[in-house]
Design a protein around this ligand. Structure first.
Ligand code: SF4
Length: 365
């Protein structure tokens, strides 16, 4: 098998199949399972089938957070929007009519759980036989609607939650997902890579190629947006924001299968001149620092048993509700006492007046 075909198609596919098998407990003998999958894949690829490891589908830049270092530049949008579901559907149909298999599809926003047509999008992906599994990426700040929860119950789907420190919301989300039997996993203690600004660095061709070939996003996150497949989500949004126009992509409605394969096997991208994600001297930074200066604390959520934590959160909320009830009752009571004091003053005044009248009448007699 050709070297690039092995490195950019076969190996990433196997990596994803292994992850999927472990996450969903598909086997007790992972090595034997993987050996069989590899044989099948090699035979399919050698027979000319077009298999791609993974793509990212974006729902648009609307997000619940405003992370200043977001690799996808979400905080740059002054008017974030949702992508048209008809357009996404047409793009998916166009791409999948030309390929034979895609191991993983990742859905990203913005924040995916605020996308109003998420249930429809999930349904389309779930019923697509060419997709092995679907991963939802969320920042853990929104509880999905009932109709979305129902779709997430499908065993093809898993929810990947980033823990940015809002432990109460996160606990509620995980509890809800557990309640519906939805596969989910949560990343705490994340660090981000500082991807830098969006101006050109002026890198040489060989530097660009080194960066592109070493980048996990370039290998696993080719991003579908508005009829185009980009090298990664950052490239898609650099283009969408009109920050960089000469960025490589393929038009999924016009490209033929050979061109799609070629795109997956290429060795460089101009987008990497606007990004430090995969440079040799990476700088690691705290995740999700907000544009307004707010920083999230580490919640270490995953080291606390989910149910225990949910019970603690519930107890805390109950206690807070009781306290605020008591405060309200206190205010009502104080008002009642004030009214009684006023009544007492009034009646004492009346009694004094009557006593004076009494004295005066006695004097007249
Ligand atoms: S290094 Fe290149 S491929 Fe990787 S995330 Fe940055 S722009 Fe995308």
């Amino acid at each position: 098998m050709d070297e690039m075909l092995r490195k950019r198609i076969l190996e990433p596919c196997l990596e994803l199949i292994r992850k999927d098998a472990i996450l969903r407990n598909k086997t007790e003998d992972i090595e034997a399972f993987m050996h069989k999958r590899e044989e099948e894949l090699v035979s399919e690829i050698n027979s000319g089938k077009l298999i791609i490891p993974r793509i990212t589908i974006t729902t648009g830049p609307r997000c619940t957070l405003q992370c200043k270092d977001c690799i996808q530049l979400m905080a740059e949008y002054e008017e974030p929007y949702d992508l048209d579901i008809q357009e996404i559907t047409a793009d998916i149909q166009a791409l999948f009519s030309k390929i034979d298999k895609c191991i993983g599809v990742s859905l990203v926003g913005g924040e995916t759980f605020v996308y109003p047509y998420l249930d429809m999008l999930l349904e389309i992906l779930i019923w697509n036989d060419k997709i092995t599994y679907i991963e939802m990426v969320t920042n853990g700040t929104r509880i999905p609607e009932e109709k979305v929860l129902r779709q997430l119950q499908n065993p093809k789907v898993a929810v990947n939650i980033s823990d940015y420190g809002n432990i109460v919301l996160l606990s509620k989300l995980v509890t809800k997902l557990d309640e519906y039997g939805i596969i989910s996993y949560c990343f705490s203690d994340e660090t981000w890579i500082d991807v830098g600004g969006y101006t050109a660095r002026g890198r040489s061709e060989s530097e660009l190629s080194d960066i592109y070939l070493s980048c996990g996003n370039a290998k696993m996150c080719k991003t579908l947006m508005k009829g185009k497949l980009f090298d990664c989500a950052r490239a898609a949004y650099l283009y969408d924001l009109d920050y960089v126009r000469n960025i490589s992509y393929i038009n999924v409605r016009e490209a033929n299968p050979e061109e799609i394969l070629e795109y997956f096997l290429k060795t460089t991208s101009g987008a990497c001149d606007y990004c430090d994600y995969s440079i040799p001297q990476k700088k690691y930074i705290a995740p999700a620092k907000q544009k307004n200066g707010r920083e999230f604390k580490k919640s270490n959520y995953t080291i606390i048993a989910r149910n225990d934590y949910a019970a603690l959160v519930e107890a805390k909320e109950w206690w807070q509700a009781q306290c605020s009830n008591m405060q309200e009752q206190n205010i009502e009571l104080k008002d009642w006492i004030r009214q009684l004091e006023e009544a007492k003053e009034y009646f004492l005044g009346q009694i004094a007046h009557l006593q004076n009248e009494n004295q005066r009448l006695k004097g007249e007699l």
